[in-house]
Design a protein around this ligand. Structure first.
Ligand SMILES: Cc1cc2nc3c(=O)[nH]c(=O)nc-3n(C[C@H](O)[C@H](O)[C@H](O)COP(=O)(O)OP(=O)(O)OC[C@H]3O[C@@H](n4cnc5c(N)ncnc54)[C@H](O)[C@@H]3O)c2cc1C
Length: 272
C-alpha cells in the first residue's frame, strides 16, 4: 500500500511538462488527478521513477465554444465537465456522463484528460467521447498533433500517445440536436460500470465490453439499414470481447449490452 520511491517534479506549464518528460524519458509519468495512477502505484502495479505533477497547469482547465466544436482542456475535472452550462446546452451526453463517474470526491480530483489517457475500458468518458467522435490534441517536446479518438485506444491501457506526449485538449463536435443517452449498469450507485452504453444519434459506444472502449459497429450498421432500436440492439455483443471477472460473466455482460443498448436507443430517439 506504499508506492516505491520516486522523484517528484511539478510542471508550471505544458511546455515545461513536455520538457521534463523528454528529459526523464520512459521512467517518467504525468500526474493529473491521481485517481487512477496513485492506486496503481500503491499496489505497485506501476512504479515510475519520476512523477511530473500537472496540478499547476490550471490554464489547461477550461470549456470553451469554438463554433463547430467545444474545446475542453485536458486538466478539466469531472465536476467541472458535469456542471458546465455550455456542455449541458451543446453536448448534454458528456455533461450527464461526467456526473456518473465515481463519487463527488473522484469527480473533484479526476480529470477528463487523465481518464482518456489512462484508457481503462471500464471508464465512462472514453466511450462517451468515442460516441461523440471527439478529436484529441497531444503536445510533444517539439510539436502538437491531433488524434481522432477512433485511432486513440489501441489495447488495454495502451493509447496512441507517444512516450512523453501530453494530452492538452479534447475537441467535441456539436451534435446539432441529435438524441443521446448514457446507460450505466452498476452494483452500487458509485461503482464502475459492469457495462455501459453511450449513444449519440446513430453512434453507439460500449464500456467494459473488451480491452478498449468500443464502437458498437454492428448496432450502428443495423440502424443505418433501417432497423428499429430493439432490432439493432440484438447486435450489441457482436465484435466484442467482454471479460469474465468477479463482477460478471462474459455471457451476462453480453446480455446487459443488448438490454442497455435497447434502452439507450429508445431514450435517444425520444430526445431527438
Ligand atoms: C474510487 C474510484 C472510483 C472511480 N470510479 C470511476 C467511474 O465510475 N467511472 C470512471 O470513468 N472512472 C472512475 N474512476 C477513475 C477516475 O475517473 C480517474 O479520475 C480517471 O480515470 C483518471 O483521471 P486522473 O486525472 O485521476 O488521472 P491520473 O490518475 O493522474 O493519471 C492516469 C494516467 O493518465 C496519464 N495522464 C494523466 N493526464 C494526462 C495528460 N494530460 N496527458 C497524458 N497523460 C496523462 C497519467 O500519466 C497516468 O498514466 C474512479 C477512481 C476511483 C479512485
Amino acid at each position: 500500500m506504499i508506492p516505491s520511491s520516486f522523484t517528484y517534479k511539478r510542471a508550471g506549464s505544458a511546455e515545461e511538462a513536455c520538457d521534463l518528460a523528454a528529459e526523464y524519458g520512459e521512467d517518467a509519468k504525468f500526474l493529473a488527478g491521481g485517481h487512477s495512477l496513485l492506486p496503481l502505484m500503491k499496489l505497485r502495479l506501476a512504479a515510475p521513477g519520476v512523477i511530473i505533477d500537472l496540478g499547476g497547469l490550471r490554464d489547461l482547465s477550461y470549456v470553451t465554444d469554438q463554433g463547430s466544436y467545444i474545446a475542453i482542456g485536458a486538466l478539466t475535472r469531472h465536476h467541472d465537465v458535469q456542471h458546465s452550462d455550455l456542455l449541458a446546452r451543446e453536448v448534454p451526453l458528456l455533461a450527464h456522463a461526467a456526473g456518473q463517474v465515481g463519487d463527488p470526491q473522484v469527480r473533484h480530483r479526476g480529470t477528463i484528460g487523465g481518464s482518456v489517457a489512462h484508457a481503462d475500458p471500464a471508464s465512462d468518458l472514453p466511450a462517451v467521447l468515442l460516441a461523440l467522435d471527439a478529436t484529441l490534441v497531444a503536445r510533444g517536446a517539439d510539436s502538437t498533433r491531433e488524434i481522432p479518438i477512433g485511432e486513440f485506444f489501441q489495447s488495454l491501457f495502451e493509447t496512441a500517445l507517444e512516450p512523453g506526449e501530453l494530452l492538452t485538449e479534447i475537441r467535441v463536435p456539436k451534435p446539432a440536436g441529435a438524441g443521446w443517452s448514457f446507460q450505466k449498469f452498476t452494483q452500487r450507485a458509485i461503482d464502475w460500470a459492469i457495462v455501459g452504453v453511450a449513444a449519440q444519434g446513430g453512434r453507439v459506444a460500449l464500456v467494459s465490453m473488451g480491452g478498449t472502449p468500443l464502437r458498437a459497429a454492428a448496432v450502428e450498421a443495423a440502424l443505418a439499414g433501417g432497423a428499429s432500436p430493439a432490432e439493432a440492439a440484438e447486435h450489441a455483443a457482436e465484435g466484442t470481447s467482454a471479460a469474465s471477472d468477479i463482477r460478471a460473466s462474459r455471457e451476462y455482460r453480453e446480455h446487459l449490452a443488448r438490454v442497455l443498448v435497447s434502452r439507450a436507443l429508445t431514450e435517444s430517439a425520444a430526445r431527438a
